[in-house]
Write a protein that binds this ligand. Sequence first.
Ligand code: PLP
Ligand code: ZN
Length: 410
Amino acid sequence: MQEMGAMSYEIRCFECGKPTKDEKLDACPSCGGLLNVEMDLSGLKGKGAKQLGHAPMGVWRYAPFLPVEASKAVSLLEGGTPLYDCRALARELGMERLFVKYEGANPTGSFKDRGMTVGVSKAVELGCKVVGCASTGNTSAALAAYAAKAGLGCVVLLPSGKVALGKLAQAMFYGAKVISIDGNFDDALNVVRQLAREGHLYLLNSINPFRPEGQKTVAFEVVEQLGLKVPDTIVLPVGNAANIWAVYKGLSEWMEVGWIDRMPRLIGVQAAGSNPIATAFRQGKRDFVPEEHPETVATAIRIGNPASGRKALKAIYDTGGLATDVTDEEIIAAQKLLGKREGVGVEPASAASVAGVVKLRRQGLISREERVVCVCTGNLLKDPDTVIKNAGQVLKAGASVDEVKRLMLG
Ligand SMILES: *Cc1c(COP(=O)(O)O)cnc(C)c1O
Ligand SMILES: [Zn+2]
């Protein structure tokens, strides 16, 4: 049991249950399984969420649930993102209530900041000098920013040619060493894991057990923003599959301390060209077969071998949820619909959650009365190329009132 000020926790293997004390590991030394942080929450039982008091919204509001000393946090004031009540969109889909948790409002524009504030704080605590990750883009953007804030070296490995422009710009801008790998995300992750094992860097992909700890706070915020009410359903895009696990873990912890009295069902949405979890769910399996050649416009979820896939399936089955997939056309249509009806701009991967709701509503797998929260994971500006490719045209005119009038009326 490690002691961190008031909180204590253990790191255990998700597969075989064996504990480990080495906080730099990214897998179980006995069986190679994923590691998981288990918080000792006995001191929080029964008191209720009201004891969080007036601490500002954001990840560190939930410090009693985090395995890092809050006073030493490397923070850019992440979290505390808006929960939009999407009335027009709900009406269009024949639903009573539909909310969007807008994670694009985080400091680097995606939910990855929630994980990185905890992960990089842990890296500093462990005395690591260099951090690294493989990334489809947002992880590298977030890691580069938090490494800059902490004064750490940073290396990011990106799959060549498949990273959205805004994300690439961010990773380069914050001073990380950016290396393009001739391969896909899964290949890049294999390389960076080996570098971590050889001691060259501290790995901050989401297999790092501390990252989901930060990411679970999105669930706490949703519950608080709904007036301490649990929604019926939370819908998330699924790529490497850690975030849906993080949400499950956070809600399970609030169940454990008695701050909520039921779990929502969790729905994972994948892109049709990159859908191992949705396929496993359709077959009723708790394990999945990797997709060798993942393809989708939603590059943040273009992952064929989701590292946390088994955790995600547990989260889905345990909550009576489901996994589904949507085509690229459905993703782009949902992205546009959210922008047009609600004024909310999200990147394609995030729109997958909305596309999932559209599809499941049509199939009758989401009901009219169900209170649904879509987690929209990243900002529209992350991927301007896709937006421009799918938007209408810019009209051209001379600097003349008459010409502009003609275009306005045309
Ligand atoms: C990382 C990411 C995802 C996928 O999250 P996982 O934890 O890998 O399932 C979805 N959307 C965006 C915008 C992301 O950056
Ligand atoms: Zn194990």
